[in-house]
Design a protein around this ligand. Structure first.
Ligand code: AMP
Length: 559
């Protein structure tokens, strides 16, 4: 029976406080898992001490792989070369992700052997991995069942079965395979069910196959956390407003809330933004009910794109599709930050939470990171050149998309053509772009960078940059070469010259290491710039590529 969900008090606050073997703690530290995420705080200690079944409601992005991964690795018998844990998941991508996460977790556990088995790929490699004595297998239900039937995947020694994204597996029609696989597993096993939602189908699955499961739910405010990217800018206190303007200019289609602490500051920032030509307004406690409603309606209808608000005033506002939350000031309480940022990244969409801080706020930022269970990543305030470029291309996009009302405009055109006939096509384009663009060019001409670069913000320093791995949705099927992809990245011009690390090209996607400082800009730029006429999807991948040829592409930039 599935009983009512109950919340548990937090037990630990640091990863190193978990009673885990040293190789796992070392790997966690290298992965920068300094603090357990809420789901890890609840799952890891319980799983370390209990062999019973578990249901955990957790979405992707909450750190659930480590929540079950670390205890499973702790319990794995390295002397036994047989499958001890089977992790079932709905897609090949998730299967590879789990495999890659476990590879990271076991970097100091060389005797642990892993296998990933999924459809649409050759069986031979997967069979070899099983034969080599894999103790932990991640797989999609169809392929796992095939391998069980061929007696290539043997489950006699299985002690733990994980159903990851159980709701998705059922949604994708894997019910039959799941029931068949579950019936092949030994009775005396532990079953862990992870699911983002608990529809009746999942409850029924749990009722049938789990025994008196312990239940873990994670507070609502943490849901969707994985959809939100958290960044901070570090500037002098006097430059905060300038940084805010740059952020707004860098995101021409921004629709967000700027949080300030006081009513006075809220009004002041909104006034300044209005004077500077932004569609902004203020929402705070000094407004009458009528004024409040007017502002909220203008914001809901997206006439106002930037709402400057205090925490209290924004409470009554329910808007689902905000692109950004900007913390002009950090909130006094870490929970308020979670509340603020939880207003973006809703309904399955990606959201961005940005904080503009000065040097003295680093401690407050770290307290928020601890509560959030995630790193808030340093990023640079966009430079004038980047912003001008962004605005220019946004303008050109608008021109491309605009619908011409032929009927209305036809009668004026002959005279317009005549008047402009003395100009060449190039000249015409230059002038027409300048009409819109001169404002930005003249404002940003000769403006300095705003970042305060100190130890805490050293990722901005070129000599100490870090690579981050990105997954791009193009691969061998698109006949892409490493040289072409480097040229493409350079042409994006997210910065003057971006460091490129390793590139691994697969059938339908590729992994590429790029300077992590520009993650935000890359995530925004790549989907907009086509490669050989194809739009490319991009996501960041937490694990790094193997280090065998670390600086393979250093010094081979195409620019
Ligand atoms: P998952 O929900 O397992 O897909 O994890 C989401 C992302 O969070 C992954 O990229 C993990 O590497 C990362 N992650 C997991 N646990 C932690 C942690 N304790 N601290 C920081 N990042 C984490």
């Amino acid at each position: 029976m599935v009983t009512k969900f109950k919340e548990k008090e937090s037990i630990v606050t640091k990863f190193i406080d978990l009673i885990l073997p040293e190789p796992l703690l070392r790997a966690a530290a290298e992965l920068k898992y300094y603090n357990p995420t809420p789901i890890q705080e609840l799952c890891i200690p319980w799983l370390l001490e209990n062999a019973g079944d578990l249901i955990a409601v957790a979405q992707t992005g909450t750190g659930k792989t480590a929540a079950f991964g670390f205890p499973i690795l702790n319990h794995t018998n390295i002397e036994l070369a047989a499958v001890q844990t089977l992790i079932l998941c709905p897609t090949r991508e998730l299967c590879l992700q789990i495999h890659s996460d476990f590879t990271d977790f076991t970097r100091y556990m060389p005797r642990i052997k892993l296998a990933a088995v999924y459809g649409g790929a050759s069986m031979q490699k997967q069979k070899d991995a099983l034969k080599a004595g894999a103790q932990i297998v991640a797989g999609t239900p169809g392929r796992v069942y095939d391998l069980i039937r061929q007696n290539l995947l043997k489950l006699e020694q299985l002690t733990c079965l994980v159903l990851d994204e159980a709701d998705e597996m059922l949604n994708m029609g894997f019910q039959e395979e799941l029931f068949a696989i579950l019936s092949c597993c030994p009775e005396a096993r532990q079953t862990l069910l992870f699911s983002a939602t608990m529809p009746q189908t999942v409850v029924k699955l749990a009722d049938t196959f789990l025994k008196e499961p312990h239940q873990i739910g994670v507070a609502d405010q943490q849901q969707g956390v994985g959809n939100i990217l958290h960044y901070y800018y570090k500037v002098h206190a006097r430059d905060k407003y300038l940084a805010l303007k740059r952020i707004a200019d860098m995101n021409p289609n921004i629709y967000g809330i700027i949080f300030c602490r006081t009513r006075h500051e809220t009004q002041e920032i909104a006034d300044k933004l209005q004077q500077d030509g932004y569609n902004a307004d203020a929402l705070h406690g000094d407004l009458s009910q009528g004024q409040r409603e007017l502002v909220m309606n203008r914001f809901r209808s997206k006439y106002v794109r930037l709402l400057v608000a205090t925490d209290v005033a924004a409470r009554g506002l329910d808007v689902d599709d905000l692109s950004h939350i900007i913390n002009y000031n950090l909130p006094t309480e870490p929970d308020l930050y979670i509340h603020r940022s939880g207003r973006t990244g809703r309904a399955g969409k990606k959201g961005i939470s940005l904080s503009i801080i000065h040097s003295k706020e680093m401690t407050a930022l770290q307290a928020i990171e601890r509560r959030l269970g995630r790193e808030i990543v340093f990023t640079r305030v966009p430079g004038g050149r980047e912003i001008c470029e962004k605005q220019l291309y946004n303008f050109i996009d608008m021109v491309e998309r605009i619908e011409v009302d032929q009927e209305q405009i036809d009668s004026f055109l002959p005279n317009v053509y005549k008047k402009l006939s003395w100009m060449s096509r190039e000249e015409l384009i230059q002038r027409f772009v300048s009409v819109e663009f001169n404002r930005f060019l003249s404002y940003y001409k000769n403006l300095n960078d705003l970042d305060v670069v100190t130890d805490g913000a050293k990722k901005a320093d070129k000599s100490t940059f870090q690579f981050k791995t990105f997954r791009l949705g193009i691969g061998k099927a698109d006949a892409v070469t490493k040289r072409e992809i480097m040229r493409y990245i350079n042409q994006l011009r997210v910065t003057r010259s971006i460091e490129i690390g390793q590139i691994e090209i697969y059938d339908k996607h590729l992994l590429i290491e790029l300077d992590s400082t520009y993650e935000y800009q890359l995530l925004k730029a790549i989907p907009r710039v086509k490669f050989k006429g194809k739009a490319i999807s991009i996501s960041s991948v937490e694990s790094s590529l193997s280090r065998k040829s670390k600086s393979a592409y250093k010094g081979r930039k195409s620019r």
